[in-house]
Design a protein around this ligand. Sequence first.
Ligand code: PRP
Length: 210
Amino acid sequence: MDPLLFALPKGRLQDVLLDLLGRGGINVDRAGISRRLTFPDRDGRFAFVSLKPADVPVYVESGAADVGVAGTDVLREFDPDVYEPLDLRVGLCTMVLACPVDRPLAEGGQWRIATKYPRTAGRFFAAKNNHVHIVKLEGSVEIAPQLGLADAIVDLVETGRTLKENGLVVTETISPISAKLIVNRTAMKTKREGVQRLLADLDGVIYAHR
Ligand code: PRP
């Protein structure tokens, strides 16, 4: 059987995911990851590829990758046409609206909102019938209010440390976030056996920790 092409997000979630896969019996030689475009697991069931988090659904939707892992932050922002069969219960954090501690948002103001998630932020404010100006950034969003680029931010919070260090405070919780396994729609049928075995391996690990 051909290996499944498995797209993993780069960054802080990758080690957590490799631990999770290891507990499910899928073992990867981590030393080879940074130097190679794709890397196999020890049993040759998968060829892994390490991608920018927002690129994972692009690869899986197109079929360039069969399966992948993406946060619900990315999935709700880009809305890819993929299956989401399993919540992995890792990468847990919260999407929030936050503003400077010393400059609360004025009611009825035309707020400028800095974010990496313009569609998510747009939907959130549209549902409240609140007209805002969205400033799309690629990262380090927490600096924007201090420098006068925005009045508030929509971003992820995990420990809360980054908000605190930048003098920001949560004013509203938008949604809980977690990492999900995603599967290409065609691969779900044509590579069913491999996908089902992966789901069973991961489900066993997640179930054991419930
Ligand atoms: C994420 C997020 C926050 C930070 C939250 O950024 O966008 O900036 O982590 O974590 P904390 O609550 O534990 O401090 P990331 O490190 O992914 O980098 P980015 O600024 O490039 O988005």
